[in-house]
Design a protein around this ligand. Structure first.
Ligand code: NDP
Length: 447
């Protein structure tokens, strides 16, 4: 009895701590409405430049649909914890909503909404027949056991199953969710619907219909965009130094492939800090150290640096591949790179973006630079629907063709219209979404 009471007290305390943790995060401006407002201010600029009809503006200033749920999870110690979670479908004019699911303690409705907006723009920039969606669960996945993560992933799908599906909304991996998590999710979805529906989720393990090349695709695509920029600048990879913030899926595969191509990857970091080596890092050795110790700060290669030191390195390319709001009005003055490559979503705030433009520092924007993942997700969806399995070579060749074509258009538009790469990419994306919206009819001010 005494034991039961003390467990109850312990759980009550845990709940109280969890609650205060959630409230504290909700009050942080950068994790709140500011992120979405920042995204919308960029959108308004594009509307003005394109003279977008009012009907389309009004539709695109807010998400088409937004679902908030609570996902109860039975923890290993027998207690029940309910995690707040969201799925947002920002726009579905071009096709079903497409976008990843994030597990992170900072996830909130504004963040998921903003990410879903960026997905809508991104899919349109590279001409995919998808709208934009995103999901997230407010949880620290590092505190969960593998079984708890599985229960959470399955619980999330039970909560959103009614609004997803191959023709409605197709989730995929994002921060802290990977092919294993997608495997649990598709299994749960197929059990609920009592059908085999592999095209309902992308980024799955290969035996469940996952695509060859999906895991590496975001890094691969970012490298393709970097290569095009380097070609335009008459710059050779061997003469180009690169620092990479992040060392997860997108960052690691980008860093490894960039080093293989000949770029000098001199620094990488994770949430524990980073490492720097002037002659270039051995990326696979860094990966092994990260796997062994759990953090890069314990890697013996090169010199240890702090996360903000990486952002201030004098390199040719600063690749941001961790999370949003990393270069802001407060630290943009420290950036000493020649070009910023946004592999993460929204790593540069709009005020920082304007400051970089003033200083003549190019930014290759997220809505172009990180599209490799969603392009191969589209290929996975196509393969699933056609009952096919393409080789890795085939996938990569199609990825290169598609991305090179769309990225060249963005780069050329920036040059011809004398605008930034971000402005050019947004104009390409918003034009396409607007055309689809208007083609659906009922536009009052564009007749
Ligand atoms: P992962 O969870 O695989 O990796 C995230 C990485 O960022 C981890 O190495 C993490 O460190 C690191 N990190 C977190 N905070 C910091 C920080 N303050 N400083 C330095 N590093 C930090 O996520 P992904 O690689 O999948 O995603 C990264 C970004 O790329 C996100 O913005 C995501 O939306 C975007 N993206 C990802 C795609 C994909 O296919 N994976 C597709 C398109 C965009 P630690 O290991 O210590 O936790």
């Amino acid at each position: 009895m005494a034991k039961a009471t003390s467990k109850k007290t312990k759980n009550a305390k845990k709940e109280a701590t969890d609650q205060s943790h959630i409230e504290a995060r909700a009050l942080t401006p950068q994790t709140g409405a500011a992120l979405f407002e920042d995204a919308r201010s960029r959108l308004e600029e594009v509307f003005q430049a394109l003279d977008t009809p009012h009907d389309a503006r009004s539709r695109l200033m807010q998400p088409a649909a937004s679902l908030q749920v609570s996902v109860p999870v039975r923890m290993d110690d027998g207690s029940l914890q309910a995690f707040p979670a969201w799925r947002v479908q920002y726009d579905i004019s071009l096709g079903p909503a497409k976008g990843g699911v994030r597990f992170h303690p900072d996830v909130n409705q504004h963040e998921v909404t903003t990410l879903s907006f960026w997905m809508a723009v991104k899919c349109a920039v590279v001409g995919l027949p998808f709208g934009g969606g995103k999901g997230g669960v407010q949880v620290d996945p590092k505190q969960l056991s593998s079984l708890e993560r599985e229960r959470l992933a399955r619980g999330y799908i039970r909560a959103i199953a009614d609004i997803m599906g191959p023709d409605r909304d197709i989730p995929a991996p994002d921060m802290n969710t990977d092919a294993e998590v997608m495997g649990w999710m598709i299994d749960e979805y197929e059990n609920i619907k009592r059908v085999r529906a592999p095209a309902a989720i992308t980024g799955k393990p290969i035996p469940l219909g996952g695509s060859q090349g999906r895991v590496e695709a975001t890094g691969h695509g970012a490298l393709t965009v970097l290569d095009l920029w380097a070609e335009q600048e008459n710059r050779k990879p061997e003469e180009t130094t690169v620092a990479v913030q992040g060392f997860g899926n997108a960052a690691y595969h980008f860093a490894r492939q960039a080093a293989e191509r000949g770029y000098k990857v001199v620094a990488v970091s994770d949430s524990s800090g980073g490492i720097y080596k002037e002659e270039g890092l051995d990326i696979d050795a860094a990966k092994k150290a990260k796997q062994k110790h759990g953090e890069l700060a314990k890697c013996r290669q090169g010199k240890r640096i702090k996360g903000d030191e990486l952002l201030a390195l004098e390199v040719d390319v600063l690749a941001l591949a961790a999370m949003e709001n990393q270069v802001t009005g407060d630290n943009v003055g420290d950036v000493a790179a020649g070009m910023v490559l946004e592999i993460a979503n929204g790593p540069v705030t709009s005020d920082a973006d304007a400051a970089l433009e003033k200083r003549g520092i190019d930014v290759l924007p997220d809505v172009l630079a990180n599209t490799g993942g969603v392009i191969v997700s589209y290929f996975e969806w196509l393969q699933n629907r056609a009952g096919q399995a393409w080789s890795e070579e085939d996938v990569n060749q199609r990825l290169d063709e598609k991305l090179e074509r769309e990225a060249r258009q963005v780069l050329e538009r920036a040059r011809d219209e004398k605008i930034t790469y971000r402005q050019a990419a947004y104009r390409q994306g918003i034009e396409r979404i607007t055309e689809a919206l208007l083609a659906r009819g009922n536009c009052q001010d564009c007749r």
